[in-house]
Write a protein that binds this ligand. Structure first.
Ligand code: 9PG
Length: 785
């Protein structure tokens, strides 16, 4: 037995039996006990298993030696194992962080067998009664065990499931599998069996705690998890070996695996893990959150240079109303996916001239590219078929059905294929003049097949390709990743699409057919985009800037006003990029107002109160403060297909019991509730939301909210209350027009905005609405003498 101790965790292991245990300080979660590790590999056509029932220790490392790492001081234990009958040796390294409640471990393999071996799988954790140990949640009441599943790549449905629910998967089988399925991750459809990629959390909804298991990086291997929620509970985490060849005398190490105890109601339940993964991948300091326009969801592939110019002109015309900084040309300019240097007839001068015009108008030019995927009718497929990833029969491997064809992919284990992709990026940045790139369909660089270099895993091939893209773009270029497995992308992208595409409708359909497609979890639709906007909100600004996909506000889509409001509220409260994708030449003022209210973007990450409690959470909370005090923005989403009455209880969002004012953004109503009381919202429309600023009621003059900005308060830059009155300074980087609500507990007063007298409207006793209109800055003066 060996032991490691840190302030929050105790680790023990039994090398003779090949098990390890982790004991957290508090009562919940309970310890993970007698967890196992296993290496599965092939040699000479036979499969071998190693490390499962004994680590065959021959030289125990110094237990408790202290190491300095990017994660601070770590207590460290190395166990030297082997050799097995073939002559393969391994070592297992465990580390406990001094400053955070994390166990790190990794398995290193050294092939001393004299012939090549092929790694199938490195099981890093197998825990639970089902496997002769414990996962620490065995006391969970029936039906209360749940598992948060992070999806494979940007578009994959991510959610917390209870034991009674089957995991949401696509029914579009072979057409979509290459896009949405990591072949190493089990695709069970049985209730109570949930898989995940990269990281996941198993927990107790009633006990309010759980364990996070996952990897700090995916530079070496893709990792999968399996959560078994029907007693006996189980949790497994493994690295996919992909059958990669390990030559004699060569070594390979897994990325670091981690375990973290999770408090489900902590303000940031996954924080230690998220920070450690950010450090491990040297995630750079966050840049400003993009606010811009994108062509895709209005024009799709029917885009022309004239459309871009018309929107650029409209944007410049609207500059004082809608201060966006980015104009991003999406798919539709290139002659074909893979013919990146040829253009569509609608782009007769290519895109360089457009980039120049966009920059001249003061906007950042952005361009979409999909450098790893190849259309069969592209120049790349024709001229460089040797760069394609091929399968067993020598035929190009499918990367899924896109653009009306089964598409192919580059074999990134070929240096020339990586060079080709990097050349596309260099050209876009250096010759065409795009400092912002949306790099899409990057999962195509991580497909399985028969790669040119059989010594590389899929994760190594993809990570190498992604690093080459970043290198080609240079450190200054803003890179948005899309359709990319999250782990290998860490540290290389400024922003990341974290969910499915939006579209002009709530639910997916195909060629106007709804019944079969309605339940598809990844197909474009606002419902599907919102799913991950909320369930992956916690990644924002720890790993990158989240991109929730575009905001559509136009009235001629098939979205109801309530659906547009829900999209806007989720985009605003989760704090990610704000990219509008409507035809700006014809947007009516009342819809423009919705987008306008989101500017400037706050960039702030909200809490998802019920992230572990239901597949699609309903409750968001964003705590803010201004010179006029602190408040919370609370949102509640009605995911039902019919209107629902809703009672907003501040306590249900973790706010202390007390008296609060409520200012509801979409209907501009205010109310005051006494302690324990809820604010009632009658008939919240189907797919609509309640979005309210909630402030503790105080004795003096108080700002309650308003319609100038969706934060209902960040527009305030000064708040001076004096014996004779109040001066409130407003600032927004645009024209602003709307209502503000102020509590004034005085019988008489006068009000003005600058030198303009204002006529307040009393909406409640002691509560007044003022209609304001200004550009940039304004001062509201209230005089009660
Ligand atoms: C451009 C688009 C937009 C969009 C991206 C991505 O499953 N599919 O067939 C599928 C097609 C397109 C797609 C996602 C999935 O959209 O997310 O924003 O850039 O490409 O073609």
């Amino acid at each position: 037995m060996a032991e490691l101790n840190s302030p929050g965790l105790t680790f023990t292991c039994d090398p003779e039996r090949g098990t390890f245990s982790l004991y957290p300080l508090g009562p919940c979660p309970r310890p993970v006990e007698n967890a196992r590790i296993e290496l599965v590999y092939r040699s000479g056509g036979r499969q071998y298993r190693f490390l499962k029932n004994s680590w065959q220790t021959f030289a125990p490392g110094a237990a408790g030696s202290v190491i300095e790492s990017p994660h601070g001081l770590q207590r460290c234990l190395v166990i030297y194992c082997g050799a097995d009958q073939q002559g393969v040796t391994a070592s297992i390294e465990f580390r406990l962080a001094e400053e955070s409640p994390l166990l790190f471990w990794r398995v290193m393999i050294h092939n001393r067998s004299g012939r090549p071996v092929f790694i199938d799988r490195i099981l890093l954790l197998e825990a639970g009664e089902r496997f002769g140990g414990r996962v620490g949640l065995e006391d969970t009441a029936p039906g209360q065990a749940a598992f948060y599943s992070n999806g494979w790549q940007s578009w994959n449905y991510s959610a917390a499931y209870s034991g009674g629910e089957a995991q949401r998967r696509t029914n579009l089988g072979f057409l979509e599998a290459p896009m949405y399925i990591n072949p190493a991750t089990p695709q069970t459809r049985k209730a109570g069996e949930v898989s995940a990629d990269f990281f996941g959390v198993i927990g107790d909804r009633e006990g309010r705690c759980g364990w996070l298991a996952g990897m700090l990086s995916e530079k070496q291997h893709f990792a999968s998890l399996h959560g078994l929620l029907e007693p006996p509970l189980g949790l497994r985490l493994w690295a996919a070996g992909d059958g990669a060849q390990l030559d004699p005398e060569e070594r390979i190490s897994t990325d670091w695996a981690v375990l973290q105890p999770v408090g489900l109601d902590d303000p940031e339940p996954l924080l230690p893990y998220l920070l450690a993964a950010a450090r491990e991948n040297t995630v750079p300091a966050a840049r400003s959150v993009p606010a811009g326009w994108c062509s895709w969801y209005q024009y799709y592939q029917n885009l022309s240079a004239a459309d871009v110019r018309a929107n650029l002109a409209a944007l410049a015309h609207l500059r004082r109303d809608l201060p966006l900084d980015l104009v991003q040309i999406d798919d539709g300019f290139e002659a074909q996916i893979g013919s990146w240097f040829d253009f569509q007839p609608a782009f007769p001068q290519g895109v360089a001239a457009l980039a120049a015009e966009i920059a001249e108008q003061g906007y950042q030019p952005g361009l979409w590219l999909a450098p790893f995927i190849v259309h069969p009718r592209s120049r790349l497929a024709r001229e460089h078929p040797e760069l394609l990833l091929r399968g067993k029969g020598g035929r190009p491997v499918s990367s899924g059905f896109n653009w009306n064809a089964i598409t192919w992919a580059l074999d990134l284990t070929r240096p020339e294929a990586v060079d080709f992709a990097a050349q596309v990026i260099r050209t876009a940045v250096q010759e065409w003049g795009f400092p912002y790139l949306k790099l899409d369909f990057l999962y195509a660089g991580g497909l399985s097949g028969n790669p040119h270099n059989p010594r590389l895993t899929r994760a190594q091939a993809l990570r190498g390709g992604l690093e080459a893209l970043r290198e080609a773009a240079g450190p200054q270029t803003f890179l948005l990743g899309c359709g990319v497995p999250l782990g290998p992308a860490l540290g290389l992208f400024d922003a990341m699409r974290i969910g499915a595409d939006v579209s002009g409708q709530w639910e997916p359909e195909w060629m106007r057919i709804k019944p079969f497609f309605r339940r598809e979890p990844h197909m474009p639709s606002v419902r599907n985009a919102l799913q991950n906007t909320i369930t992956r909100a916690m990644l924002h600004r720890h790993w990158w800037t989240n991109d929730p996909d575009c905001l559509l506000v136009r009235p001629d889509s098939r979205l109801t006003l309530a659906e547009v409001q829900s999209l806007a509220a989720a985009v605003a409260l989760t704090g990610g990029s704000l990219i509008l994708s409507d035809d700006l030449t014809s947007l009516p003022a009342e819809r423009l107002k919705i987008a306008q209210a989101l500017l400037p973007v706050t960039g702030r990450r909200c809490r998802v109160i019920d992230w572990f409690d239901r597949q699609t959470p309903e409750r968001l909370r964003l705590d803010l403060s201004s010179p006029a005090g602190a408040w919370s923005l609370l949102a509640w989403f009605n995911w039902q297909d019919h209107p629902v009455d809703f009672d907003l209880h501040p306590e249900a969002y973790g706010l202390p019991r007390g008296s609060y004012s409520f200012c509801s953004f979409w209907d501009e109503t205010v109310g005051i509730c006494s302690p324990g009381e809820a604010r009632h919202f009658a008939a919240v429309p189907a797919h609509g939301c309640v979005l309210a600023a909630v402030r503790p009621v105080g004795p003096g003059a108080a700002y309650l909210g308003g319609s100038l900005h969706i934060s209902q308060g960040l527009e305030i830059e000064r708040w001076d209350e004096q014996p004779g009155g109040l001066k409130a300074g407003f600032r927004l980087p645009r024209r602003a027009e709307g209502s503000v609500f102020v509590q004034i507990l005085r019988p008489t007063f006068t009000a003005s905005l600058g030198s303009q007298p204002l006529l307040p409207e009393q909406v409640l006793p002691g509560c007044y609405r003022f209609a304001l209109q200004f550009e940039g800055q304004a001062e509201l003066t209230i005089d009660w003498g």
